[in-house]
Design a protein around this ligand. Structure first.
Ligand code: PLP
Length: 392
């Protein structure tokens, strides 16, 4: 990987040490141009006319995402973020009293709220599967818990709150054997390392454009296994999702498009097309290898600092690194690092409720490098963390 060339094509690397790729990755110059040139085209010839002219590249977005995930273009629906994609999947399932939703401790805040709402509304029950000795979802416990009451297994692949990688493929083997739908929140994993729906065996997968995929903000997508369409009833219907049959009925669009909205920000879609194409060109294997190695590099060095501890769980850990400095609140650490030109953020207890209940360690400083970061940037960050830890 030619990191220097990739950095030259990433304007943000010239000004900051960007370690907030779990928040939003830096746009490449090509992706930035894809977005702005479409806005220019819309202004010049009209929004509908611009979309018609770019139809092929808009369609290519689905093809690229399908290639990225190991699926087919008709199994992909585009959204404005991952949460809306996830909601489209989740709220299309029906629950009755006594039905169970099995999830993990690392589930994302909005998904937990959705479970709580549906539980309150329908009498379904939320069961949090415990972790194993590595701190990842305990697949043996999941296999024990899954039964005829289980209506859904909803799991987060990589949480927003740490370096954990959940054993998604093992979970998939269990859900497939049990015939239970498996909704995988892959928001932090897609773009960071290879994620393949066939290997994992999930039925529904959601992701966002702006994080490790480096797409523009306001993009996301849902992947749906075709068999899942038989039991999913999209929770809204509109003119993109279905066609009027000329009488008093309608027919759903074939494939995953039935989950989409008619109006879409095509500049963002074309930015996503550019970002996904770049990820494919670089190769997810290579991206993953470098991103995870940078995560490990940073984690090891932070752990070696007096007064600093890292808190990432799991047998396999990714590029997200979470840490605490004794006696210094995470928000203060993040602000101090910002003063050094280093972008990081901190975890929010309410955004991973079950993890917060269980571990009580949040907020933590969250540092999330990506393949375009350098070891030298990480060394400077460790130095700055050491300074903060020693009261500097
Ligand atoms: C960021 C995040 C989401 C939500 O993604 P949006 O695109 O902000 O809606 C969901 N799950 C996880 C694990 C996340 O980190």
């Amino acid at each position: 990987m030619d990191v220097d060339a990739l950095r030259r094509d990433t304007p943000g690397t010239a000004h900051r040490i960007h370690l907030n790729n779990a928040g939003a990755g830096l746009l490449s110059r090509q992706t930035l141009t894809a977005v702005t040139s479409h806005l220019e085209l819309e202004a010049a010839i009209g929004g509908y006319e611009a979309a018609a002219r770019e139809r092929e590249r808009i369609d290519a977005t689905y093809t690229h995402i399908a290639r990225l995930l190991g699926g087919r273009p008709e199994e992909v629906a585009l959204f404005d973020n991952s949460t809306h994609a996830w909601n489209a999947a989740f709220y299309s399932l029906t629950f009755k009293p006594g039905d169970r939703i099995l999830t993990g401790r690392d589930e994302y805040g909005s998904s937990v709220l959705a479970y709580l709402q549906v539980a309150r509304r329908t009498g379904a029950e939320i069961v949090v599967v415990p972790d194993d000795e590595h701190g990842q979802l305990d697949t043996a416990a999941l296999a024990d818990l899954i039964d005829e009451r289980t209506r859904l297994v909803g799991v987060t692949h990589v949480p927003t709150s740490g370096g954990l990688i959940n054993p998604a493929a093992e979970i998939g083997r269990i859900t497939r054997a049990a015939g239970v739908p498996f909704l995988l929140d892959a928001t932090q994993s897609v773009g960071q390392f290879p994620v393949d729906v066939t290997e994992i065996g999930c039925d529904l997968l959601t992701a966002t454009g702006r994080k490790f995929l480096r797409g523009p903000r306001g993009t996301g997508f849902l992947w749906v296994r075709p068999e899942a369409l038989e039991y999913l009833e999209p929770h809204v219907v509109e003119i993109q999702a279905a066609t009027w049959d000329g009488e008093r009925g309608f027919t759903w669009q074939p494939g995953a498009r039935r989950f989409e909205s008619w109006e879409t920000g095509y500049a963002n879609v074309l930015g996503l097309e550019s970002a996904v194409r770049q990820a494919l060109d670089l190769g997810l294997d290579r991206i993953g290898e470098r991103a995870l190695a940078l995560g490990a590099y940073l984690r090891d060095r932070l752990d070696a600092l007096p007064g600093v501890t890292t808190h990432d769980l799991g047998a396999h850990r990714c590029a997200i690194v979470t840490a605490k400095i004794d006696g210094v609140p995470a928000a203060e650490v993040a602000a101090a690092l910002a003063g050094h030109g280093i972008n990081v953020t901190y975890t929010v207890p309410e955004h991973t409720q079950f993890d917060t209940e269980h571990r009580g360690v949040h907020p933590l400083v969250r540092l999330s490098p990506h393949y375009y970061n350098t070891e030298a940037e990480l060394d400077l960050t460790v130095e700055a963390m050491a300074g903060i830890a020693s009261g500097g």
